[in-house]
Design a protein around this ligand. Structure first.
Ligand code: GLA
Length: 746
């Protein structure tokens, strides 16, 4: 039993292998959050001493008995509004008479086997049949609002999911103004917030910062999770490292506008909450109707950030992503974008395909530019029929040519968008988002289709389904290249315009749901100008997402590091591109580029016809090596071998198989020094009692000042974990090292 109700103590406790989460039905039915931390038994209610804090109000019915009891100072499981708690509210709602609340109190709870699901929203599932669900209903009777808090406990995975269903149980219409999926009060401790910010081509830069007195708020108003912030953050102890210390993860399964808030209050208590972006949001709830807020995935680990990341990685791979490709080997692909941009024709693509096949590539992806009259980014989005000038005879002869070479075929689409210069826009100008009487904003010369309208969602589904029915397509790259502006829908009445952003996201999910169900054999890769929509909502449908439009491997070290705090390597689209790099102009060794791309869904994004014979031979070797390593890279546990704030000259990471039999260590030297300190790594995750053979040590494209000393061939796990390894000294621009270890059977 992972969920325990203690009727005497009035506690509800959720246990995972390493953590416990407790709430308690307190005075007047307030649902208190009494504990979340390392696994422990007991009643944690008494931890929260009552103290009379000036200016913190006391509920009327308690004033006589306990002057010091205030919702403003107690840890609450779900904070309401206008109800004595001055901290960040999780839920705000208004009644027809303008009364705002809610003031939520416990009504009932239910524990049941299995995992709840949500209406119209992606959510984790329960492949192993281990999940248990707790439903706790709170209500504000005078407002006529019920809040059902849903929890699913995955005991062996150390993940607790949370969701919120709001119901109108009254007689009048309610307007929801804020619906956070989750609020987590941590009354004690000194916390840092580790979050992931950025911009186009520079996504998910990790930033760790002490939680300040007051509220820190991040999120997106772009109706996409965005390049700028990610709906995932970690609250960790001031001294927590990659391998030790308390940390809490909060990940939203949502791809639209979101907000994430961390507030430290007057008493030093921290509240972490996240959900749909409340600015501009409202939702009309008629009597009897309900509203589901997106799911949040919570994880606590006492043993550092690597352990936390590993829990998320395994969970997303196995319990969130429904694609049959999630746990499967993916083909090594070559994408023509950086090879040709818009300048291609059939012969050029077939020539690339031929060269790619000879290198060992398995899937050829035709990127932007194959449709309408598209020869740059100014036209034709929406006209998803073939550009016969570039591809005479259509896609069939090209696909046949690619398939005759023994390759699979993939295609780029951006179906949520429309160009003003397109047949679609000319016939349906009203399908694009715009405010009445105003010219809409353009971004990359394009407009956005109003996915909140069912006929538009149907058209998008039919268009992509039509391509998949008509052509022999194995892979789709689904792009999304601008943020949403001009939020307004003529299809909604005035009082419902605040629903538009969320309705667009729901429309997107409905299309993704239908397409992935109807075409399970197609491998879908998400993309949004690189990683502008890298989130668990997309991953519930698509097993991989193009991580960034920046393919420079040195920039990617940070982008991919930031991404992998929450998301597994199997989700990260990463390609080897040309040098000098098209985004930064930096020159890097070919094998270093491959080493970095192997920390992700491996592929190429260059013109193989421009490679020397020596480079081609290297690429053949890289693909052979990747194929051998693929199961380990996909299923293994990732360890970051460096701390975020180390002043170091390299980035290093390690992957260890679940049974600890195999491991791969990768390092890239980012700053060669004249008189460097020894490159010393202590390894992680190995079995200390086992012996490991150093199967392969390759130093890529480094200038070695002296012949490296031979490393011993056999090590004890303990020696590698506790003493470590010193690697040969390297010089030059961005050399890399990869070493492989295998357990020796005694
Ligand atoms: C986006 C993607 C790129 C490429 C271009 C095509 O920027 O991230 O990979 O597909 O669009 O226009």
């Amino acid at each position: 039993m992972s969920i325990v109700y203690d009727a005497a103590a009035r506690t509800l406790t959720l246990h995972t292998r390493e953590s416990s989460y407790q709430m308690q039905i307190g005075p007047l039915g307030y649902l208190l959050h009494t504990y979340y931390g390392r696994r422990a038994e007991g009643n944690f209610g008494p931890l929260h001493l009552r103290k009379d804090v000036g200016f913190s109000p006391v509920p009327h019915a308690l004033a006589e008995e306990t002057r010091g009891w205030s919702p403003d100072t107690m840890p609450l499981e779900l904070s309401g509004a206008n109800a004595g708690d001055f901290r960040t509210p999780a839920v705000c709602a208004a009644a027809e008479d303008g009364q705002r609340g809610p003031d939520l109190r416990y009504v009932r709870h239910e524990i049941r086997p299995g995992k709840y699901s949500l209406n119209g929203l992606p959510a984790a599932f329960d492949p192993g049949g281990e999940a248990e669900t707790l439903s706790v209903t709170l209500a504000d009777e005078s407002l006529g609002l019920e809040a059902e808090l849903l929890y699913a406990v995955y005991e062996s995975r150390d993940i607790v999911t949370r969701a919120l269903r709001l119901r109108n149980t009254g007689k009048g219409t309610l307007t929801l103004e804020k619906t956070a999926s989750c609020c987590l009060d941590l009354p004690f401790g000194d916390w840092d917030l580790l979050h992931f910010h950025g911009r186009h081509a520079m996504e998910r830069q990790p930033e760790r910062t002490p939680v300040m007195n007051g509220a820190m708020r991040l999120g997106s108003r772009r109706v996409a999770s965005s390049h700028q912030h990610n709906p995932f953050a970690i609250l960790c102890g001031r001294h927590t490292t990659e391998d030790a210390g308390d940390c809490y993860g909060l990940m939203l399964v949502y791809s639209g506008s979101f907000e994430l808030e961390a507030e430290q209050d007057q008493m030093g208590s921290v509240r972490l909450s996240a959900g749909i972006q409340s600015e501009g949001f409202s939702w009309t709830l008629r009597p009897g109707e309900s509203f589901d807020a997106p799911e949040a995935l919570l994880c606590f680990r006492h043993d550092g950030l690597n352990a936390l990341s590993q829990c998320y990685h395994r969970f997303l791979r196995r319990c969130l992503c429904r694609s049959p490709f999630s746990g499967a080997l993916r083909p090594v692909l070559l994408n023509n974008w950086e090879a040709t941009y818009f300048d291609f024709n059939r012969d050029k693509i077939l020539a690339i395909a031929r060269e790619a096949r000879d290198l060992g590539v398995e899937l050829l992806v035709l990127d932007d530019g194959w449709f309408g009259r598209r020869s740059d980014d100014r036209s034709s989005l929406g006209d998803w029929f073939v550009n016969e000038e570039k591809l005479p005879g259509g896609l069939e002869p090209l696909i046949r040519g690619v398939k005759d070479l023994g390759l699979r075929f993939g295609l780029w689409v951006e179906p949520e968008m429309v160009s003003e210069d397109s047949a679609l826009y000319r016939s349906h100008p009203d399908w694009a988002l715009a405010l009445p009487g105003r010219e809409p904003f353009l971004s990359r010369s394009q407009l956005v289709l109003d996915l909140s309208r069912p006929e538009v969602a149907d058209w998008i589904y039919e268009t992509v389904a039509g391509l998949l029915r008509r052509y022999d397509i194995d892979y789709i790259k689904w792009d999304f290249n601008r943020s949403l502006t001009d939020l307004y829908s003529p299809a909604l009445p005035p009082e419902r315009q605040g629903e538009q952003a969320h309705r667009c996201t729901l429309g997107l999910y409905s299309v993704m749901e239908r397409l992935t169900a109807a075409f399970p054999q197609v491998l879908f890769e998400g993309c949004a100008g690189g990683g502008g929509r890298f989130d668990a909502g997309i991953l519930a449908y698509f097993p991989q997402i193009w991580c960034s439009d920046d393919t420079d491997p040195i920039e990617r070290l940070t982008i991919q590091r930031g991404t992998c705090y929450g998301y597994p390597l199997s989700a990260v689209g990463a390609h080897v591109s040309a040098s000098p790099n098209h985004q930064t102009g930096r020159r890097t060794p070919l094998d270093t580029r491959a080493l970095v791309a192997m920390a992700g869904g491996f592929g190429y994004e260059l013109d193989p016809g421009k490679l020397s014979e020596e480079e081609k031979a290297r690429i053949r070797g890289q693909i052979r090596r990747f194929r051998k390593l693929a199961p380990l890279l996909r299923e293994g546990d990732l360890y970051r071998l460096t701390e975020l704030d180390d002043r170091r000259d390299y980035e290093a990471w390690q992957i260890v198989s679940e049974d600890r039999d195999e491991s791969l260590v990768s390092l890239v030297l980012t700053h060669p020094r004249a008189n460097p300190r020894p490159l010393h790594l202590r390894l992680k995750g190995l079995d200390p009692a086992a012996r490991y053979r150093l199967e392969r040590l390759e130093v890529f494209e480094a200038y070695l000042p002296e012949p490296p000393e031979e490393l011993p061939e056999l090590f004890s796990g303990a020696a590698l974990l506790y003493a470590g390894l010193t690697l040969p000294r390297m010089m030059g621009d961005y050399p890399g090292v990869q070493l492989q270890l295998r357990k020796v059977e005694d």
